[in-house]
Design a protein around this ligand. Sequence first.
Ligand code: 7PJ
Length: 262
Amino acid sequence: MAILNVTPDSFSDGGEYLSLDDALRQSEKMIAEGADIIDIGGESTRPGSAAVSVDEEMRRTIPVISEVAKRFEIPISIDTTKSDIARLAVDAGAEIINDISGLRFDEQIANVAASSKAGLVLMHSRGTFETLHSQPPVDDILADVAADFHRAIAVASARGVRDEQIALDVGLGFGKTQEQNLELLAKLDKIVAEFKAYPMLVGISRKSFVGKILGDVPPTERLGGSLAAAIIAVRKGANILRVHDVKETVSAISMALAIDAI
Ligand code: 7PJ
């Protein structure tokens, strides 16, 4: 799953917004490098980011989704916590809804998934939009993630989403301590085993917890660390990796799988 941010704060190159042309060029590049899904997001959830209105999120994402859907064959995912955006995105051609709140912010997202038959990613996170990155730690992160997966799956199911539509995500970097982010990767096989009916998605790429291990390096210097963690995640059962660096990730995982296949 290749990340396509259409937010001014996470993709600025001097200009205010990522232009449609830039978004299409970036999509084409990531598809050529081996992406299987493009995840389009118009609201940054990085620490310190401001929430955006439905109108603004719509203006950023929907034209890009329409154009990518028109030009390429690749499945498109919409990274949103708002059912209004999810509905517009699905109508514009998105086939997957990626909800970092796991239906905690807007349960109607499940209704959109149910009626459209779109895929639904239920990610574990804690707190509100404003407090996503300032949560007091829980004692047992594995138990917290598992309990929240059960809650989210029950909400989805009650609103008509079928099991085959759902993927889960432990939500690295969202309401976890540094050690808990590492623990979730180290013990990912346990969570995969408990929820084996669902594909497991993991987002590691360029995150702060990777930067911390490498001596607080900036996002541009987190590739090696991200790849090492990605290999471990796949060996422990992850099925989908959400990444910025498609070519490098495909190379690293191909190499690891070739060795494991012997
Ligand atoms: C994730 C996400 C993740 C899923 C973001 C960032 C923060 N969606 N959206 N999983 N992270 N499913 O990319 O650093 O880990 S935004």
